[in-house]
Design a protein around this ligand. Structure first.
Ligand code: AMP
Length: 545
């Protein structure tokens, strides 16, 4: 027997239809690239997205399956491009401006991008690259006529507002299959070439529905949300879909991501929920520390992910500013949300120290994500919070393959995707990342978690940033070296760092040496680049005991 429910494909434009019809007056506030703060409503977003779709169809010849790139900050025009082009059936390829030039050329050519929508900020990048991008027909500059650059060396340049002005605000979305591709994002990939993750309408809508839930982001129509996490990094963690779905007011930060600028938006727009990687929160907390009269009276919760949330950061938000922290783990390949550290009802009677321990973990999966850890023989490992293994996931918003069939080794026949992370899962179902499989330190056949070493070092006064890497060792194969950036104006020593770590990690995990540096290299998505760090310390000799 067939169910007799309506056939209502899960298409991204439905999110916008809903927001415009039922939350039409809610605001999208953007710090514009040109300068002033810009305000429009979901109703405006709907009108302008339709106009953009219609104009792109007519003038850019965009159609179902066309791959069109954006290099843009979080802002209202970027959202119009997403909804407009996705609604048309085109595939929006978000480019990360922090990628190295060679990687950018590679991914634009690999994706065969036809047009590039760019913020004013990035014109110099494309002026240099354009001759190396044979598939790109031209550039749409995301501004109005008054701000169009004079004398740009870019060829075939179109002004965004002029393009949009030629479109039809009543444009009717085509009916598409819900499995149609709508987004493309390359993973930063610390080894080999970046690989393309292809999102579908269905996966984006399902994912957004999941993360609005009370045990995830708990988004609702009274929220004012500030996604500091960029739209070019894993869909801004889906907030540009889930906020319109919930009817939450959106605040988009544009290009200014420093502590003072983020604080200003949190305060003036009375933001209740915000999301970003730890680096951003480090800058905000430093700004607050330097200006002790500043408080966060409106902010209720902050989502921290993309890299492990250090304990001092979580404590500062919760204990000093009264803001709850949701620690989250995910990946570009997972749309991106995987787990969140929300305590369960059955954990509420745990002693406070235990609760803290759990909250600091990466957390548990919600409905729609299946997860397991396995050993090297693909045998599932127990949930005892101690043994760690390869973390594998599956679900409807998780990649089943990479673009153009690359990276097949990450997917197995039963539909599991190997995340490349190494983790434990405890009896509560809480997962804790202990490493990337490439970064784990192998000493005498046993694994040492580089992340645990870093976390243990981070609590030491005077340590601003820490990274642990394995260096070759004649007896143990590898031994850990801890690389530390000192806090400005401090002179913390190797002995002080090691003394601080003693008792926090197993004795045989203790680093063989501590090297002090001025900076630690990061990838384009803000993660510590262990690859570059290992390269930098290739000829470093650990002291022999
Ligand atoms: P990306 O696809 O660029 O978002 O990178 C995903 C990777 O970032 C994951 O596979 C993890 O290695 C790392 N990651 C994301 N969130 C966390 C977290 N909360 N703690 C530790 N690592 C994380």
């Amino acid at each position: 027997m067939k169910g007799l429910m309506q056939d209502w494909p899960l298409l991204v434009h439905r999110v916008l239809d809903h927001a415009a019809r039922w939350h039409g007056e809610r605001e999208i506030v953007s710090r514009s690239i040109e300068g002033p703060v810009h305000r429009q409503s979901y109703r405006d977003l709907d009108r302008r997205s339709r106009a953009l779709a219609s104009a792109s169809k007519k003038h850019l010849k965009a159609k179902k399956g066309s791959v069109i790139a954006t290099m843009a900050w979080n802002g209202y025009r970027h959202m119009e491009i997403w909804y407009g082009l996705m609604g048309l059936g085109a595939v929006v390829h978000t480019l990360n401006p922090r990628l190295f030039t060679e990687q950018l050329i590679y991914i634009i050519n690999h994706a065969e991008d036809q047009w590039i929508f760019t913020d004013l900020t990035f014109l110099p990048i494309f002026e240099k690259l354009q001759d190396k991008l044979p598939t790109v027909k031209g550039f749409v500059v995301m501004t109005d006529r008054a701000h169009m650059p004079v004398g740009t060396k870019l060829s075939n340049v179109i002004c965004y507002e002029e393009l949009l002005g030629q479109g039809d605000e009543g444009f009717a979305w085509p009916r598409l299959d819900e499995n149609t591709a709508c987004g493309l994002c390359y993973t930063s990939g610390t080894t080999g070439n970046p690989k393309g993750v292809v999102y579908s309408h269905r996966s984006n809508v399902l994912h957004a529905m999941t993360i609005t839930g009370a045990d995830a982001f708990a988004l609702h129509s009274r929220d004012t949300t500030l996604p500091v996490v960029p739209m070019f990094h894993a869909n801004a963690w889906s907030l540009t879909f889930s906020c319109p779905m919930a009817g939450a007011k959106l605040v988009l930060p544009g290009a200014k991501l420093d502590g003072a600028s983020v604080f200003e938006l949190l305060d003036t727009e009375r933001v209740t929920m915000t999301a970003a990687v730890p680096t951003i929160w480090l800058m905000l907390l430093q700004h607050l520390e330097q200006n002790p009269t500043l408080k966060l009276p409106y902010l209720e919760r902050v989502l921290i992910g993309g890299a492990s949330c250090p304990e001092p950061m979580m404590r500062a938000f919760i204990e000093t500013y009264g803001v709850d922290v949701i620690h989250a783990w995910g990946m570009t390949e997972m749309s991106p949300m995987g787990t969140l550290s929300r305590l369960k009802g059955s954990m509420l009677d745990l002693p406070p120290a235990e609760k803290w321990k759990e909250k600091l973990k990466q957390g548990r999966p919600g409905f729609g994500i299946d997860m397991k850890i396995t050993d090297d023989k693909n045998e599932e490992l127990p949930h005892d919070g101690k043994v760690f293994g390869r973390l594998k996931v599956r679900g409807p918003a998780i990649s089943s393959a990479y673009f153009k069939g690359e990276g097949v080794a990450a997917f197995d026949a039963d539909g599991w995707f190997d995340t490349g992370d190494v983790s434990t899962i405890d009896e509560w179902g809480f997962m804790q990342i202990t490493d990337r499989s490439k970064d784990v330190i192998k000493s005498g056949g046993e694994w040492i978690s580089s992340i645990d070493l870093e976390n243990a070092a981070l609590g030491c006064a005077g340590v601003a940033e820490a990274a642990a890497i394995g260096l070759p060792h004649p007896k143990w194969d590898e031994r850990p070296l801890l690389v530390v950036v000192r806090k400005a104006g401090t002179e913390v020593s190797k002995d002080e760092v090691l003394a601080h770590m003693t008792g926090k990690v197993a004795k045989w995990w203790m680093p063989d040496d501590v090297a002090f540096v001025d900076d630690i290299p990061h990838t384009a998505t803000g993660k510590i680049s262990k690859l570059q760090l290992r390269e930098r310390f290739r000829n470093y000799h650990l002291p022999t005991a």
